[in-house]
Design a protein around this ligand. Structure first.
Ligand code: CMP
Length: 220
């Protein structure tokens, strides 16, 4: 739990208590963890693995809002405001989560205000990202939006290696298209163009961003 951002500043003995408070569960790749419009009262903390947060648009097409990884939290919205789940969350890889129920989590927030502050920080970052997505969806063409999605993946999941940013477990081209609001064919064409221009390299499921700074300038 040490890597969970909202628990960052807690002493070890408190982390042990929290670990006992929650229930660990493993979801296999592809399984739905929680569903849009359901009533929910649990919070999920990702121990390892990756999840996708998505909604269906009016034509039934999936729109991916975000991909979350180890140490990140989801399900906090319904827990806090009592409304229905705002999105569907499913496992992109085999994913282990710690589930904490509403009353236990609210008790934790009361006992450790630091967790509330960290959660606010995390939600603020989410809002910043959502603001960027709105800007990118409304102002940019497909190439700009795909560039933006790659930068977002690099910032969220990337690791620096020899001056490049590596993202393991690149989402499928269809998933990238759903994140960028475009078609799979366009994603395929633009990724080839980025590769040809020496911005990125793709090796199977690995995305290597060769020119991170340049891409950030181009697409942010
Ligand atoms: P909740 O509404 O309870 O269930 C769906 C969860 O998806 C939600 O809580 C958040 O944890 C998460 N979620 C919703 N929208 C976003 C977003 N734009 N970025 C990241 N996570 C989100």
């Amino acid at each position: 739990l040490r890597n969970v951002s909202i628990f960052e500043e807690l002493p070890e003995r408190d982390l042990e208590k929290i670990a006992k408070l929650g229930t660990r569960k493993v979801f296999s790749k592809g399984n739905v963890i929680l569903m849009e419009d359901e009533i929910g009262s649990a919070l999920f903390i990702i121990i390892n693995g990756k999840v996708k947060v998505s909604r269906l648009d009016e034509t039934g097409r999936e729109v991916i809002l975000s991909i979350l990884g180890p140490g990140e939290v989801f399900g906090e919205m319904s827990l806090l405001d009592g409304l229905k789940r705002s999105a569907t969350v499913s496992a992109l890889t085999d994913t282990e989560v710690l589930i904490i129920y509403r009353d236990d989590f609210l008790n934790l927030l009361n006992k450790h205000p630091q967790i509330a502050i960290s959660l606010l920080r995390e939600l603020t970052q989410r809002l910043r990202k959502a603001d960027m997505q709105i800007k990118s969806l409304s102002l940019k063409d497909a190439e700009g939006r795909i560039g933006c999605v790659l930068i977002m993946l690099a910032d969220d999941l990337g690791k620096m290696y020899k001056g490049h940013v590596i993202v393991e477990g690149l989402p499928t081209q269809q998933d990238l298209a759903n994140m960028a609001g475009t078609s799979r064919e366009t994603v395929s064409r633009i990724l080839s163009k980025f590769e040809k221009n020496g911005l990125i390299k793709i090796e199977g499921k690995k995305l290597i961003i060769l020119e991170y700074e340049k891409m950030k300038q181009m697409f942010k």
